[in-house]
Design a protein around this ligand. Structure first.
Ligand SMILES: NC(=O)c1ccc[n+]([C@@H]2O[C@H](COP(=O)([O-])OP(=O)(O)OC[C@H]3O[C@@H](n4cnc5c(N)ncnc54)[C@H](O)[C@@H]3O)[C@@H](O)[C@H]2O)c1
Ligand SMILES: N/C(=C/C=C/C=O)C(=O)O
Length: 486
């Protein structure tokens, strides 16, 4: 039985009071690890270690050596690629190709891209005229913000954790990571990588546990934490914002979404079917950027629904390493109950269930796993719960539209504003529609195509702030202006 410990001050440690919680496989609920459960005491120890590192060797390294060390972290992640793939497959049960091609490579990329941004970002300066004619020189210094609290979700554990840890460390901060209780393994593995590379003790810390009343809440309330970066549900963001307010701490939030996919009649039909299928069902629909509302121009509506139905009914359920398996379980029984409650709500609200809507029959031990069928609904009003609320599962509602103005109004009539995917061959319309939909990320004839230098984040209830490229520096550094009289 694997025992997963906290990683504080460069060493793996059990819970101070011996508390542990279980990690069970989403595939078949077998017990795969026991995890040290942390709370205020472990968070306090991690903050002390992180603060000491902030003013120790890590600060004395300088930018070039710090960024070279982060490249070495990326290279060690790549060298241990199979270990990280195995950890993520064990934690999530997702198919090998999703973990190995979409998620784990980003673990290395998230360190490399921000090390390079920090090394190449220009500094701002202004020359000021003064009455004596000699002038003054102003220049802005970027300083680390300090100790950063990093709170992560379970749907893409390594990707989403390193999307925060990469820039935070590149900017000279130290971090305390609270991984999701559902997916602890890769954050612990990264601690081994940090020690192998020689990252100073206390720079990267991991405290496992839960949210309210546990390590998560303790992290957001600790006065030694300078800022909180969080990815998770919108309602959790509200709780964290309230906790962080106690110390006037800056927050960066990547929250929930109810993303719309727009398919115009002139689109490349097969490409649009592939794109919408991926965006709605990849990772068993557990992708914040995923599509749960599909709007299809009326002339191709029936054909499109039939094509998407066929794709759903062709998925191959199985374990990550099963040959041909391309569809995994939801992360947990708790999440499956939530998704199935929406499946029932859709029927209660009068939906036509085009396909799915229930639990597949699984062989042997897999029958104990958190499996649900990929599901498509039509025929509901926009006011329906499954059309308005984030489900975070393998399901979508499809409805026809007739005009561009109509579909824009439909897409924007939602409290979230995270992402959209637009399918059309009319590029003037693509630019026009992308500029009119109220989201943080708009893909045209693509989905989840990520350039890490671009601004990433959500509008409305989907987030606060933008991370990516130089935008991450706005959150992970403090700017200090120096004015020198010449
Ligand atoms: N915008 C994005 O980029 C993005 C990316 C991935 C996931 N998400 C969102 O994440 C959600 C799914 O992830 P989840 O179920 O893990 O979210 P969640 O909000 O339940 O939990 C996320 C993390 O927050 C911790 N947490 C919970 N309550 C807390 C509290 N009061 N104080 C401190 N920490 C607390 C949890 O332990 C976990 O580590 C979905 O809503 C999805 O849309 C958003
Ligand atoms: N922040 C990001 C979100 C990814 C979500 C995947 O589920 C990213 O792609 O950088």
């Amino acid at each position: 039985m694997q025992q997963v410990q906290h990683f504080i001050g460069g060493s793996f440690q059990p819970a101070f009071n011996g508390a542990r919680f279980e990690k069970r496989s989403p595939l078949d609920r077998t017990l795969i690890a026991q995890i040290a459960e942390g709370g205020a005491a472990e968070i306090d120890a991690a903050v002390r270690a992180a603060r000491a590192a902030l003013h120790g060797d890590w600060a004395r390294l300088g930018t070039d050596k710090r960024c070279a060390m982060l490249h070495a972290v990326a290279d060690e992640i790549t060298r241990r690629f199979d270990d990280f793939v195995q950890a993520e497959e064990a934690d999530t049960g997702q198919p090998h190709h999703v973990i190995a091609h979409a998620f784990v490579p980003r673990g290395a990329a998230n360190f490399k891209v921000f090390a390079d941004v920090v090394k190449n970002v220009p500094a701002e300066s202004f020359q000021l005229d003064t009455p004596d004619g000699r002038g003054a020189l102003n220049y802005a210094l970027r300083k680390p913000k300090g100790v950063i609290g990093v709170i992560c979700p379970w749907n893409a554990p390594l990707l989403l954790m390193t999307w925060k840890v990469g820039p935070a460390l590149a900017c000279g901060n130290t971090v305390i990571v609270k991984p999701s209780e559902e997916t602890p393994l890769s954050a612990a593995l990264l601690g081994e990588v940090m020690n192998t590379v020689g990252v100073p003790a206390g720079v990267y810390n991991v405290v496992h546990g839960f949210g309210p009343g546990s390590a998560g809440e303790a992290l957001t309330r600790h006065e030694g934490v300078n800022a909180i970066t969080f990815t998770g549900e919108t309602r959790t963001g509200t709780a964290i914002m309230q906790a962080a307010a106690g110390g006037i701490r800056d927050v960066s939030f990547e929250l929930g979404g109810k993303n719309a996919g727009l398919v115009f009649a002139d689109a490349d039909f097969e490409a649009a079917v592939d794109g919408i299928f991926r965006s709605a069902f990849m990772n068993t629909g557990q992708v914040c950027l995923g599509t749960e509302r599909v709007y299809v121009e009326r002339p191709i509506f029936e054909r499109f629904v039939a094509a998407l139905k066929a794709r759903c009914e062709a998925v191959v359920y199985g374990r990550p390493q099963d040959p041909g398996a391309n569809y995994g379980p939801l992360i947990s029984e708790e999440h499956r109950r939530k998704v199935l409650s929406y499946y029932a709500a859709a029927v209660a609200e009068g939906a036509t269930v085009v396909t799915g809507g229930g639990v597949p029959s699984m062989p042997g031990a897999l029958a104990e796993g958190s499996w649900v069928q990929p599901t498509i609904w039509t025929g509901l009003p926009e006011s329906a719960r499954v059309v308005q609320e984030e489900i975070f599962g393998p399901c979508c509602h499809i409805r026809p539209f007739d005009t561009e103005d109509e579909v824009l109004a439909l897409a924007n009539a939602n409290r979230y504003g995270l992402a959209t995917t637009i399918w059309t061959r009319d590029l003037a319309r693509a630019h026009r529609v992308a500029g009119a939909i109220e989201v943080g990320v708009a893909w045209v004839n693509s989905w989840f195509l990520r350039d890490l230098r671009t601004p990433f984040g959500g509008s409305k209830q989907s987030g606060i702030g933008r991370e990516g490229g130089v935008h991450s520096l706005e959150f992970y550094t403090e700017l200090r202006n120096v004015c020198v009289k010449l």
